[in-house]
Design a protein around this ligand. Sequence first.
Ligand code: NAI
Length: 294
Amino acid sequence: MQSFFDCAGIVGTGAMGRGIAQMAAQAGVRVWLLDAQPGAAEKAREALAKTWDGLVAKGKLSAADRDACLGRLQVAASAEDLKACDLVIEAIVERLEVKQGLFKQLEDIVAPDAVLVSNTSSLSITAIGAALRHPERFAGYHFFNPVPLMKVVEVIAGLKTDPAVCERLMGFTRAYGHTPVAAQDTPGFIVNHAGRGYGTEALRVVGERVADFATIDRILRDQVGFRLGPFELMDLTALDVSHPVMESIYHQYYEEPRYRPSVITAQRLAGGVVGKKVGEGFYRYVDGAAQVPA
Ligand code: NAI
């Protein structure tokens, strides 16, 4: 496999960071895992070890490759540990000022030619990059959940991104078997813009009491042929991620009514009923299986 990067820092080791770390390690890249929450990066490393054990058990990965992948994963004690990384992928909370602060800090640590990318779902790449001294080495690199299964990765140039950075990311993405797609730096890029109505219209149907959420999911999954219904998808993504994305796209399009977020998801987010990762969203999860609440 052609080597595009030697060492990747993954900042934010939640649902997305873990999957991205898996891809990078499987592509032969050394990976540093960094998270603001104590113990989170260690937990991510343990979860990845289990994932690779599972692949070995299914005959999809050799035991030697599993050991090599695990050997490439290191837990960073602080951002300073990322100084040798030639790629840093950020997958932290979806807030512009927090992401900008992180990249400003990283710029002081990594080499001048290291590539910095954000997995943001909705924020402007140009706006994040505006906080950097060298926005030309910064791009959007947007994966989908679950990362190993969802093969499309959006590569987004901001106004000041060097096109060579995007070319390198496209090559890297192909090297581990995913499909890069160049997207414009517009709110939601391609997938979260084109697919916006899937969630917002379903929420309106529920809000207007036309049908309940489980019926909508069943129909769109079993009759229309989507892999997941809109509420199953919201539970998988989690509302603490997807509701701020809805708000961000709505505001960036100057309060265009068709992007208006739903009071239903706002209330559920306020109540902490955010999705599968906390055991309860639109569905309740018992041993990982969705149950419709009574
Ligand atoms: P998550 O909540 O599962 O994980 C985020 C992780 O980042 C947590 O472990 C948290 O402790 C850590 N974190 C937060 N602030 C930090 C900071 N300042 N420094 C270091 N670590 C920090 O979130 P998830 O779902 O992985 O999303 C992360 C990013 O990826 C967001 O920007 C989101 O919009 C984007 N995204 C999410 C998708 C999804 O389906 N969940 C899909 C594509 C993109």
